[in-house]
Design a protein around this ligand. Structure first.
Ligand SMILES: CC(C)(COP(=O)(O)OP(=O)(O)OC[C@H]1O[C@@H](n2cnc3c(N)ncnc32)[C@H](O)[C@@H]1OP(=O)(O)O)[C@@H](O)C(=O)NCCC(=O)NCCS
Length: 184
């Protein structure tokens, strides 16, 4: 198997949904029942990773994207300290510290069970970063994701970080990726 055997394309909402199984009921269900309607309603756009090796095309993975923002509540004293640390850590210009920062959210991301552990999930992250960098006409600083517990390490390895410790005992945690690192 080589990366040349795969292609990433925007979901065509007028084409029948092909089978997909990543072992997670919610993610399988989103693909089978929700991706098309979300796209038609302009609530999230899904992109699929198709394997073209062999005679048939298989869905090896998918992700969907929508707009988001990172929000800071200045009335909360604890959060003020946290936000100041966040601004320093991400080297946001001192004159441009804001209560909200524009972001793109990964609504869903999954690799089919038959294809995991081959670097395809990381390829999808690279592709998402490339999409956001290419959005030259719209301001967007971060990529966010409500990561599942089983995927925390996957996102850490792909240069995401936890936004705060508030959700450290939860089953999902808000993680973010700073786009500015990759743009001059
Ligand atoms: C999580 C998922 C997207 C990873 O996809 P993948 O193609 O297997 O990931 P990659 O092969 O690109 O892995 C990249 C790195 O993350 C690590 N990694 C991947 N999945 C991991 C996991 N579940 N736990 C710990 N580390 C993981 C890999 O070991 C690899 O590390 P390395 O670079 O040191 O070898 C995939 O397993 C999946 O779809 N799981 C089910 C659905 C899910 O949890 N989606 C995330 C929703 S937020």
């Amino acid at each position: 198997m080589s990366i040349a055997d795969f292609v990433i394309v925007r979901l065509d909402p007028n084409v029948d949904i092909a089978p997909f199984d990543c072992g997670d009921t919610d993610l399988n269900d989103f693909w089978a029942n929700d991706a098309t309607i979300y796209q038609k309603e302009r609530l999230a756009v899904t992109h699929l990773l198709a394997s073209r090796a062999g005679e048939t095309t298989e869905i090896a993975g998918y992700f969907c994207l929508l707009t988001d923002k990172l929000v800071f509540d200045p009335s909360d004293r604890e959060k003020r300290k946290f936000w100041s640390t966040f601004n320093k850590k991400n080297k946001i210009h001192f004159n441009k510290h804001r209560k909200t920062y524009p972001a793109i959210k990964i609504g869903r991301l999954a690799v089919a069970t038959a294809f995991t552990g081959k670097g395809l999930g990381s390829c999808l992250i690279d592709h998402i970063v490339a999409i956001v960098i290419a959005m030259n006409n719209i301001g967007c600083r971060f990529i966010t994701v409500d990561a599942y517990k089983n995927a925390f390490d996957f996102y850490l390895k792909n240069n995401f970080d936890y936004l705060s410790d508030d959700d450290k005992n939860e089953q999902t945690r808000l993680m973010y990726f700073d786009i500015k690192r990759f743009v001059s």
